[in-house]
Write a protein that binds this ligand. Structure first.
Ligand code: GDP
Ligand code: MG
Length: 162
């Protein structure tokens, strides 16, 4: 059985995707989830939670030296988020493609940020940026029993071996 954090590089690759407080406030939960569902990725975990300041700080620990860190932590802990784990081949990299560039001004139309956001400080969504951060972030926000490992018969119409 695969670890609940997934197995990067396989069909069981998993990524942590979050709808940030502004995405929730703006009523974009369904629209963002739809991008991932329509793409063909499989939702294996989902919950709403209100991040504490401490949890936001640890989530963004790698950015602690940035001038915008304090504002970023305040932003991420300013209301409930929707935390999710999505599974599928290249879910980490392709998930970032669906989100679009960090700065919505540079994000191309067709991406979530490119279509739905304007400011880098209010860019509505988060996605793991690599295999190590995906494993770390999934474990940081979810307990093993919150992630559902389930077969999907539709997969033969979405995934081919080559
Ligand atoms: P991401 O992985 O695409 O989310 O981007 P980063 O990991 O580089 O940054 C994390 C988050 O910090 C981004 O999603 C933005 O919300 C925020 N951020 C990044 N750069 C800036 C910036 O220059 N100014 C502000 N205000 N926020 C930023
Ligand atoms: Mg990042």
């Amino acid at each position: 059985k695969a670890p609940f954090t997934g197995v990067p590089g396989t069909d069981k690759e998993r990524t942590f995707i979050a709808i940030k407080p502004d995405g929730v406030q703006r009523g974009l939960i369904a629209a963002i989830i739809a991008r991932f569902e329509n793409k063909g990725f499989k939702l294996v975990a989902l919950k709403m939670l209100w991040p504490t300041k401490e949890k936001a700080e640890s989530h963004y620990a790698d950015l602690a030296t940035k001038p915008f860190f304090k504002g970023l932590v305040a932003y991420f802990s300013s209301g409930p988020i929707v935390a999710m784990v999505w599974e599928g081949k290249d879910a980490i990299k392709t998930g970032r493609v669906l989100l679009g560039a960090t700065n919505p001004a540079a994000a191309v139309p067709g991406t979530i940020r490119g279509d739905l956001a304007i400011s880098v400080g209010r860019n509505i969504c988060h996605g793991s940026d690599g295999p190590e951060s995906a494993v770390h972030e999934i474990a940081n926000w979810f307990a093993p029993e919150e992630v559902s490992d389930y077969p999907r018969s539709l997969d033969e119409w979405i995934v081919s071996d080559n």
